[in-house]
Design a protein around this ligand. Sequence first.
Ligand code: HGY
Ligand code: MN
Ligand code: MN
Length: 414
Amino acid sequence: MSIDADRLWRRIEALSKLTDPDRPWTRRSFRPRFLEGREWLAAEFRTAGLATGIDAGGNLVGRLAGADPSLKPIILGSHSDTVPSGGRYDGILGVLAGLEVAQSFIERGDRLRHSLEIYDFLAEEPSEFGLSCIGSRALAGALTGAQLAMTRPDGMTLREGIAYVGGRPDELGSVRRGPDSVAAYVEVHIEQGRVLENEGVAIGVVTDIVGIRRERITITGRADHAGATPMPLRADALVGAAKLIEAAYQRASARSRDAQPLVATVGRIEVSPNAANAVPGEAVLILEARSGDEAAVKLFGETLVRDLTPELAKLRLHVASEPISSVSPTACAPAVRAAIAQAAASLGLSSREMPSGAGHDGMFVAAAGPIGMIFVPCRDGRSHAPEEAIEPHQAADGARVLAETVRLLDATLG
Ligand code: HGY
Ligand code: MN
Ligand code: MN
């Protein structure tokens, strides 16, 4: 099953040019640049011969009808939105590899039994509304009214955001795929870590996706004059935040050799008044914990805040936490894993099983059917950074394994 590796790489390069020029590579969901990327993608989907449209959840979907309409679809895809100053391949590779596979089947005249659907899922990265995986949550029927009412700093609600990208938030029921309604979902993604590159292995067969919990922690002190306020009288919220961040770092580091390590990150913090000559009165940070150990993820933030509260109280600080999102660890299906491993072997590519420390849309698509993920190495494991890089042959390897996996699943699945 051949694919056109040059066309795949040309498309990756072309999409990466649609970026905020001052922050390569940036295409934030629900922003004009994202819509530019969507317009380009939809045109490529149509050129490839796919019946293309935006579903009510704001996902771009290209569909190739199968020979047996009674069968459930095989879904491919990923996401085209990025983190700020992110990479050119995180998500983009999966959407364009899916497109390449579909187009290759069409050009070869290979009629699959199952229909093939290629998704660009809306807003897989944490959006300005605070929530990630918007489009795949919609597919799983997992978007709540409270989430649709979430706002971003300019006041737009997520409901309005979905409409802005062409979705129909009042018709989300039409997007939902019930349990066992999808034959299989397979996503190609860069590893975003160093294992494959360090071991010189071409393909990662993902076993499971870690659980992820995000919460907003607000530390409240008192804004004061930075010069006239003696140290013993201060209630400096940023000092409290620093203690909490350090404790989170130490506690997670102590677990880095566990069978199921836990990682914790505070990647986002807002300080007010945020002035060089004012004692910070408030610090709002987003704490994220991830692990294959669901209980550990659930408890991490809770115990951290509980344990730090007395120490922060001595600094005249109050600390409160509110949950933002929580996703359980997600297993990849043995049948899909086996097909990926068989596909890699038939192409003479080395492979190894491995967990995903990154989150993906498959966490939600799993509600509708069996999922699998194909990892390819990325240079020095870098991702969510402009340095993110892969080689053309690695993109081609991922697409070839995807094509062969689709062929195997199409032949074996009911
Ligand atoms: O955050 C993640 O793990 C993914 O890259 N969105
Ligand atoms: Mn990402
Ligand atoms: Mn991604």
